[in-house]
Design a protein around this ligand. Structure first.
Ligand code: GLU
Length: 456
């Protein structure tokens, strides 16, 4: 069985989603079950509702699970396993207070040594501290495991000192609950972030101490870097899955990118389902992967192209599939749902309401002229005059099947405007912008809505 084991302690990180995607793919490829395990062991940091948020997001990305477990429901099993380890001597009660351990830590620091727990301290404070923790006895031998991405990883004998498995309130630590549940649910392949590499020997030691011999495969995913090449942190917008969605990236494009980055894939644009055919975790690069938002934008445009026009229209909040066709033309200059929506909404806005935005909209284009504001005033007057002309034309004739050339010729004649003085106001009246795709490309769709578009 494969599993994704998020902690409900914060918003889903892009790196977590990547781990979820890879575990899901491996489960499908190996024809094994996929477990969603909510790791709610850190009772102080759990946030109400985050479990539901995680499930909602996974569904949105097309990741479904066969089994759902809240780790806290298994606490009684974890305690039983700790009892067993105590009984057979591989775990022991440790009565050290936090102050005692803090002093020892300071002493080690002063000696420029790494802090290591010494088993002989366990009962020094037994008479004064009624709340012991349970520790698993550290490893006396070298520990190693083979990682599918990083290769063999070794830990010296003294690196794994005796560590806490049950806290003083009887709640299992992350490592213990995780290793116990991986055993109880027969997990055989674990994909997770590289930050867990140092936990892995501890979890293996827990299994060994419990007499659990199953060999589990591991793949630790290299960290993600931001566009400056630094470790991606919460401060980087792209680290938040919700931010990516709110910015108008499609779930299918995000998944595509998470599979593509730092990987060797047979093609660049694909769906999650398609990747099941060829995904190979051993092809993931050892080096950290840089999150390239421009690449994601490219993939987003590609996935928009793959959407049918009707679905695209609905995503944009419109009913007619022709709006989806219009949106596809705007992919020339827009990459996200938000950017496309801005373009489409603007077509249908009453242009008189946005006349005052022309100054900021058109600065680049009108700069360099002697009197900029006079130029803009002139432009606004041309728009209003052309609007009148177009409204008259729409009264006289039904243009829903009309050709752009004919429309343009008649409008030009009637308005007596010429060249740029005609085309710029025309573009503004039809699209709400002074730049954009060719009007002749847009017109076959715009003509269906001209009365609405040009209305005063
Ligand atoms: N709850 C851990 C996390 O969110 C899971 C680590 C693991 O997959 O073992 O990082």
């Amino acid at each position: 069985m494969l599993r994704f084991a998020p902690s409900p302690t914060g918003d889903m990180h892009t790196g977590n989603l990547r781990a979820a995607v890879f575990n899901y793919i491996l489960a499908k490829q190996r024809n094994e079950k996929f477990l969603l395990r909510i790791e709610d062991t850190d009772t102080a940091r759990n946030i109400e509702g985050k479990d539901k948020d995680i499930m909602f997001l996974l569904h949105l990305f097309g990741i479904t699970w066969d089994n759902l477990v809240y780790q806290s429901n298994n606490f009684p099993h974890h305690r039983q396993l700790a009892e067993y380890l105590l009984a057979q001597g591989s775990a022991f009660y440790c009565y050290c207070t936090k102050e005692f351990l803090e002093n020892k830590r300071e002493e080690a620091k002063a000696r420029h040594e790494a802090f290591r727990y010494d088993d002989s301290w366990a009962e020094l404070e037994k008479t004064t501290n009624p709340k012991p923790v349970v520790r698993l006895r550290g490893s006396q031998v070298e520990m190693k495991f083979v990682d599918c991405i990083k290769g063999e990883i070794e830990f010296a004998p003294n690196e794994i000192d005796s560590f806490v498995i049950l806290k003083e309130d009887g709640i299992p630590t992350y490592n213990f609950a995780c290793a116990a549940d991986d055993m109880l649910y027969d997990i055989d392949f674990i994909v997770r972030g590289e930050d867990h590499v140092s936990n892995t020997p501890k979890q293996i030691l827990i299994h060994q101490s419990l007499g659990y011999a199953k060999e589990i495969k591991f793949a630790h995913l290299p960290i993600l870097l931001n566009d400056e090449g630094k470790k991606m942190s919460k401060r980087d917008n792209a680290s938040s899955v919700q931010w990516l969605l709110d910015s108008g990236f499609l779930p299918q494009a995000i998944v595509n990118y998470l599979i593509l980055m730092g990987n060797k894939t047979p093609c660049e644009v694909f769906t999650l389902q398609e990747s099941l055919e060829w995904f190979d975790i051993s092809k993931i690069a050892k080096a950290p992967a840089r999150f390239d938002i421009d690449k994601l934008k490219f993939l987003n445009r590609e996935h928009f192209k793959r959407l049918c026009e009707q679905d695209l229209a609905v995503l944009l909040g419109y009913k007619d599939s022709s709006i989806g066709a219009l949106a596809k033309i705007y992919l020339q200059e827009a990459s996200t749902l938000n950017e496309i929506r801005e373009k489409i909404d603007r077509i249908f806005v009453k242009k008189t309401l946005i006349l005052n935005q022309i100054e900021s909209l058109d600065k680049k284009d009108l700069s360099g002229v002697e009197s900029q504001s006079a130029e803009i005033l002139g432009f606004k007057a041309e728009i209003l005059s052309l609007q009148k002309t177009l409204l008259e034309m729409l009264e006289e004739q039904d243009w829903t099947r009309g050709e752009f050339n004919a429309f343009k010729e008649i409008a030009m004649q009637k308005s007596t405007l010429k060249g740029k003085k005609f085309f710029k106001p025309l573009r503004f009246l039809l699209t709400g912008f002074t730049h954009g795709p060719e009007l002749s490309d847009l017109f076959p769709i715009l003509r269906l809505y001209l009365k609405e578009i040009v209305r005063s």
